[in-house]
Design a protein around this ligand. Structure first.
Ligand code: CMP
Length: 140
């Protein structure tokens, strides 16, 4: 659906490399599950210690990830995702995530996240690989 964000979900998904090589039927499925959302600069998207019910793909904009183990916040931008750890590990959010600019996000709810990963081994592999690096205390 085309929202007042100016871009359709399809166009937003096109900006996320993780989805780039997917077959059209897979893309259609993902497109139906992702919910476009707009964040304002300074908006707190994820709060450390809270329960997480969704993860986020950044279609445009940038966010800062802050967690106690990291000297510097980690900056994530277009094509990156965050909020996957709480869903994979069934644990509270391990970091704060704050929008650094206006962001176009695609939000995926917990249940849909698990169905998508169950259906697509490549997608699971990619998400797991990045999650594994982030679980290491010194990861940037
Ligand atoms: P989650 O724990 O659900 O919420 C906070 C998110 O911050 C976490 O998922 C990851 O997506 C992200 N995150 C945590 N640590 C890092 C890191 N070292 N680098 C980038 N992102 C991270």
């Amino acid at each position: 659906p085309r929202l007042d964000l100016g871009l359709s979900t399809t166009e937003l998904i096109g900006r996320v490399p993780l989805f780039a090589g997917l077959a059209p039927d897979r893309l259609g499925r993902i497109e139906r599950l992702l919910r476009p959302s707009l964040a304002m600069p300074g908006e707190v998207l994820v709060r450390r210690g809270e329960r997480g019910d969704s993860m986020y793909f950044i279609s445009s904009g940038a966010v800062a990830v802050t967690l106690p183990g990291l000297a510097q916040p980690v900056r994530l931008g277009s094509g990156d995702f965050f909020g996957e750890l709480a869903l994979l590990d069934d644990r509270p959010r391990n970091a704060d995530v704050v929008a650094l600019a206006y962001c176009r996000l695609l939000v995926l709810d917990r249940r849909d996240f698990h169905s998508l990963l169950d259906e697509d081994a490549d997608l699971r592999g990619h998400v797991e690989e990045i999650a594994a690096a982030r679980r290491m205390p010194a990861a940037g």
